[in-house]
Ligand binder design. Structure first.
Ligand code: HEM
Length: 414
């Protein structure tokens, strides 16, 4: 199911949010998300849902929850048991580093750093240039394109599959599994979504076991900087990573690295075309590309919700939060908080400073944030230079998912 977005900007403070409930959202939530956030921030910044969890919408409260790991845990073993039982989805979502606390998190995160060093990313950059050029070459003779399929889906998928050494033919398969596994993180989960998610985890694991076996059988096939090789070496090292941990970090990487960046690219094209003066500004001042990427990330955070559990009684914005409570960190709301961002509903590609929370903050800050920024700068820079007169054919369509702000269709004329 999809919904069209039109009036994203502003307003909303007067919306009645007394009965607002993340588990039973109003039908117009996705289309009017920023209006609901404005009302929540102003009137109920630590808002209780029907299941006892809390929604956080103020920038400062999110920063506190991200930073203070002595109070706020990312470990999901307790939270996911009722939802996932002892299923493959449970195993996956409680093993990947994003849902671990120190010391496990510290150990696993260290292994990831190898794939995200400056050197490793510098080696990927020419490939990103070449991929973007190839997509744009294909558009030269076309009158229009559907941005998600023709542009923004392709690049992040190719890049993250390259990093994990997944061959070209298997990439569609991987995408389907990834969507099913991440889809299971939505606040409300149907029986069919649960079953599909479990099957996807099992299929993904079997697939990766084959890839890993091939690397172990043939060590000369290992490439420096390629993350699967680095993780396999860490597993062989014995104490650093178990086989199950290895499999789930790979699945998580593939999931974390493509859908997020795809939506960043789709939203970026959409927002620029909705704000033609910003395209003119970018053309006049190409150096704005860095701040442009940041503004796209702020304005339409690809991941809208992170979660934490309170390890002890605490307080945020004057409201008591009992130990054991789950909080939903509403990134889109924090990114539009007027206390942090002057004129937050204005899309301004020269905005500075721009300390958005789209990559989170603290020990779990996105490990791929530099890679995502490189992808954005190359993709947007090339697209708007080569096709300066792109225009929207229709407003973007968004899915009803709320953890991800997902563009499902974006038609433009070239
Ligand atoms: C625009 C694109 C992206 C966005 C918006 C994004 C967003 C995020 C956010 C918000 C977190 C923090 C989760 C939390 O604190 O609970 C995170 C973590 C993570 N992301 Fe990204 N991400 C993006 C791209 C990528 C890419 C390209 C990769 C890798 C190829 C990646 C890998 C990771 C990993 C491994 C973590 C877990 C870090 C940890 O727990 O220590 N992400 N991401």
């Amino acid at each position: 199911m999809t919904t069209a977005i039109d009036g994203l900007a502003g307003g909303g403070v007067d919306l009645d949010i007394a009965d607002f409930d993340l588990l039973n959202l109003p039908d117009d939530f996705v289309a009017r998300a920023y209006e609901y956030f404005a009302a929540l921030r102003a009137n109920s910044p630590v808002h209780r849902n029907s299941d006892g969890s809390f929604l956080l919408t103020r920038y400062d409260d999110l920063v506190t929850a991200y930073r203070d790991t002595s109070v706020w845990s990312s470990d999901k073993k307790i939270d996911f048991r009722p939802k996932f039982g002892s299923s493959p989805l449970y195993e996956h979502h409680t093993t990947s580093l994003v849902f671990c606390d120190p010391p496990d998190h510290t150990r696993i995160r260290k292994l990831f750093q190898a794939a995200f060093t400056r050197k490793a990313l510098a080696a990927l950059t020419p490939r990103i240039h070449a991929l973007v050029d190839s997509y744009l070459d294909r558009l030269e003779d076309q009158r229009g394109m559907e941005v998600v399929a023709d542009f923004s889906f392709r690049l992040p998928m190719e890049v993250v599959c390259d990093m994990l050494g997944v061959p070209g033919d298997d990439r569609e398969l991987i995408r389907d599994w990834a969507l099913l596994i991440l889809g299971a993180l939505e606040p409300v989960l149907s029986e069919a979504q649960f079953k599909d998610g479990c099957r996807a985890v099992e299929n993904f694991k079997a697939y990766l076991r084959d890839q890993i076996k091939a690397l172990k059988d043939n060590p000369s096939a290992r490439r420096e900087g390629e993350i699967l090789s680095a993780l396999v070496a860490a597993e062989e090292d014995g104490e650093k990573l178990t086989e199950i941990e290895l499999l789930h970090q790979c699945i998580f990487m593939l999931n974390a690295g493509h859908e997020t960046s795809t939506n960043m690219l789709s939203h970026g094209v959409h927002e620029m075309l909705r704000h033609p003066a910003q395209i003119a500004l970018l053309r006049a001042e190409p150096g704005c590309i860095e701040t442009m990427a940041e503004e796209v990330l702020r304005f339409q955070a690809p991941i809208q919700i992170n979660n934490r559990r309170a390890l002890r009684d605490t307080e945020l914005s004057g409201r008591h939060i009992p130990a054991g409570s789950i909080v939903h960190l509403m990134i889109g709301a924090a990114n539009h908080d007027p206390e942090q961002f002057p004129a937050p509903e204005t899309f301004d590609i020269a905005r500075r400073p721009n300390r958005h929370l789209s990559f989170g903050l603290g020990i779990h800050i996105c490990a791929g944030n530099t890679l995502a920024r490189i992808e954005a700068e190359i993709a947007f820079g090339k697209l708007f230079t080569r096709f300066p007169s792109l225009r929207l054919e229709a407003p973007a369509k968004l899915s009803k998912r709320i953890r991800f702000r997902e563009v499902t269709e974006l038609k433009v004329a070239i």
